[in-house]
Design a protein around this ligand. Structure first.
Ligand code: NDP
Length: 290
């Protein structure tokens, strides 16, 4: 039985995810580097803003930080309760998850790599997908806490498997983003009505998550709302290419997409949403997708 839950990292995802926990658990601790955000969360949702020492005493501890590096830094600072489960929702590095799981196992603690998909809207509506790697008994124990924030909760393998699935998912999204940018600049060059073209493609075999949501809701309306930062996507495509290399596979589409996303990220303004990657194509072609 889970009595207490903690959430570490109240960013674009974590702030919204942790908001659901008090509906299911009596004791919910939140910690954030900028402590004012934790206090604001407590006032808004009835969580308890605590220090790291107290957060680390919960039965299930979630983290959602930019990269595995920040998770390592936090893990190095805390003394955890034997038998607790650390559920890392960061889109992290599979090799880091293996090391983190080993490190915590020595303290009698389970580590699950449990990245999520569904973006901030999924975090807000508790409809996230959790892709989880690690011990299957620990997964079953922590499942009710993940269910408070998600809809599809899947155990995909041993330590690192969750992070691997997430990196490949985001790499595939990046491939779709590049394909959509190339396809739609070509259509515009031919004088096609892009909104009508989008309606046709979304009813046809070329559709993707990018054509269904990113193109109409971020790109063609020129809003580019910052909910998933481009540097975070560039980090994910980097993890994906490392997985390809470690497996000694040849994956030319992934390789090219990785280069394009890194280039787009290098040229982007600070605080750019992932969807602004298409501006790389716009600058090459002098065509604006609107
Ligand atoms: P944000 O940049 O919005 O939030 C980052 C969080 O990490 C903040 O709470 C920040 O604290 C904290 N943080 C940053 N650096 C440190 C540090 N050195 N020590 C302690 N805390 C730190 O990121 P997101 O919420 O967008 O993303 C978090 C993770 O979730 C990433 O791995 C991302 O790839 C993944 N993800 C994001 C999605 C999205 O749509 N945004 C969707 C799915 C996954 P502070 O407030 O003090 O800056």
């Amino acid at each position: 039985m889970i009595q207490s839950v903690a959430f570490i990292g109240l960013g674009a995802m974590g702030y919204r995810m942790a908001a659901h926990l008090p509906k299911h658990f009596n004791e919910v601790y939140v910690w954030n580097r900028n402590h004012d955000k934790a206090k604001q969360h407590a006032a808004e949702y009835g969580t308890q803003a605590v220090d790291l020492r107290q957060a680390s005493q919960a039965d299930v501890i979630f983290s959602c930080l930019p990269t595995s590096q920040e998770v390592d830094a936090i893990l190095a600072q805390v003394q955890l309760k034997k038998g607790c489960i650390w559920v890392d929702c960061t889109s992290g590095v599979p090799e880091a998850a293996k090391a983190q799981a080993l490190h915590l196992a020595a303290q009698g603690v389970h580590f699950l790599d449990a990245p999520v998909s569904g973006q901030t809207i999924g975090a807000e509506n508790a409809t996230l997908t959790f892709m989880v790697g690690g011990d299957s008994d620990a997964f079953q124990q922590a499942r009710p806490a993940m269910q408070a924030m998600g809809q599809l909760i899947k155990h995909v393998g041993g330590s690192g498997a969750g992070f691997a699935v997430k990196a490949i998912n985001n790499m595939m999204m990046a491939v779709h983003l590049c394909a959509a940018a190339e396809g739609f600049t070509t259509l515009k060059a031919h004088g096609v009505n892009l909104n009508e073209a989008l309606a046709c493609i979304n009813a046809s075999s070329g559709k993707s998550g990018v054509t269904e949501t990113a193109l109409p809701q971020r790109i063609l309306n020129r809003e580019f709302p910052l909910t998933f930062a481009l540097p975070l996507l560039a980090k994910d495509t980097g993890i994906a290419i490392d997985l390809v290399r470690e497996a000694k596979l040849s994956a030319p589409v992934i390789g090219l997409t990785q280069s394009l996303i890194q280039a787009a990220n290098a040229l982007a303004e600070p605080n750019s949403d992932f969807s602004t990657a298409i501006k790389l194509y716009e600058s090459w072609s002098n065509i604006t997708l609107e």
